[in-house]
Design a protein around this ligand. Structure first.
Ligand code: SF4
Length: 341
């Protein structure tokens, strides 16, 4: 899915979320007006090759009706011209009802991302979300009934959150049968109220290794449920990279770290008790299998000092060839892969 993003940082948000600063996340200081959006799309939207225009970074359906309509009107010419197929918005689950879902649909919105973040009321309250988890199922239902595709965003590591809570939140989200998930562990952004709590030691941020490991567990649960995760971790931005993050598991290639962790788990299980010298993977999987700075290979060398991981064009993505046998990486990462002799 190729998306042209328009950021409306924190527009419509009630402002309670302790951890959030969409200006820092997006690098956009102020939401553009509908007129500015129309002008920018005229100049920058390619004739072809994109699927959606997305309004990100705010609570779209919490905006005044007239502003929502003006934004949606501003992008209609680009739907009509066929330059994009549909629209996408992100919003809060407690700001969706049947009327708003139907209106979005009428304007060509096809996908709604719901910032649920956690399904624990304790975590939602501690994070200043100002909503309860029992509002989430209704939001998903009305969006579905309006024919919209629904994504759920989750944030492990919020105040009062635990690993078990993150797993349970994911299981609750999966029970709502979302079309996709976006999972980004909490980081401490400069200037937020969470930053004060972190400085005063009332909040402890997750380490990068811990977050990668937890997200690898979550990835396996999603794989089993056959629900795609479209992104792990925050999108890298110049502002985040330049001192925007005070603490927490921020990494510009966080998703790749999660994938590498899954490859390491799978290869360890496959190699247990063997002195195999060669593992083959699809060429596009090679760098992820090797790990950042070949860290996976270094760890595997502790048991198999002569091991090499090589590319093989005969394999498909996600496959591992070992001793003339081809297996699925995710099955072995999950520990459910068939044994082979
Ligand atoms: S988390 Fe969502 S609702 Fe809360 S301030 Fe950020 S964008 Fe707004």
């Amino acid at each position: 899915m190729k998306i042209f993003p328009i950021f409306i940082p924190n527009l419509g948000c009630p402002g309670g979320c302790l951890y959030c600063d969409q200006r820092l996340n997006s690098g956009v200081a102020q939401a553009p007006t509908p007129e500015e959006i129309a002008e920018r799309l005229k100049q920058q939207l390619p004739e072809a090759g994109l699927d959606q225009i997305a309004f990100y970074g705010g609570s779209f359906t919490a905006l005044s009706l007239s502003l929502q309509n003006n934004y949606l009107q501003a992008v209609q010419p680009f739907l009509g011209s066929g330059q994009v197929d549909s629209l996408r918005i992100s919003t809060r689950p407690d700001c969706i009802d049947g009327a708003s879902a139907a209106r979005l649909r009428r304007f060509g919105v096809k996908t709604v991302e719901l910032g649920c973040q956690s399904f624990s009321d304790r975590v939602l309250a501690a994070s200043g979300r100002g909503c309860r988890a029992d509002s989430f199922p209704l939001a998903v239902t009305v969006l579905r009934d309006a024919g919209l595709s629904v994504g759920i965003q989750l944030m492990p590591g919020l105040p009062a959150g635990t690993d078990d809570e993150a797993r349970n939140s994911l299981l609750s989200a999966l029970m709502l049968k979302p079309d996709f998930l976006r999972i980004y562990p909490t980081v401490v952004l400069a200037g937020t109220r969470l930053a004060i709590d972190w400085q005063d030691r009332r909040y402890r941020a997750m380490s990068l290794d811990h977050a990668v490991d937890l997200c690898a567990d979550l990835a396996l649960i999603c794989h089993e449920a056959e629900v795609p995760v479209i992104r792990f971790g925050l999108q890298a931005s110049v502002d985040l990279d330049a001192n925007g993050v005070l603490a927490g598991p921020y990494h510009p290639a966080f998703g790749q770290l999660v994938q590498s962790s899954l490859w390491l788990r799978a290869m360890r299980r496959l190699l247990a008790g063997r002195q195999t010298h060669v593992i083959q993977v699809h060429p596009h999987d090679l760098s992820t299998a090797l790990g950042q700075r070949r860290s996976n290979l270094g760890r595997l060398h502790q048991q198999n000092p002569d091991l090499t991981i090589e590319p093989c064009n005969m394999l498909t993505r996600g496959q591992i060839q070992i001793e003339q046998t081809t297996v699925e990486m995710m099955a072995f990462a999950a520990g459910t892969g068939d044994r082979f002799e």
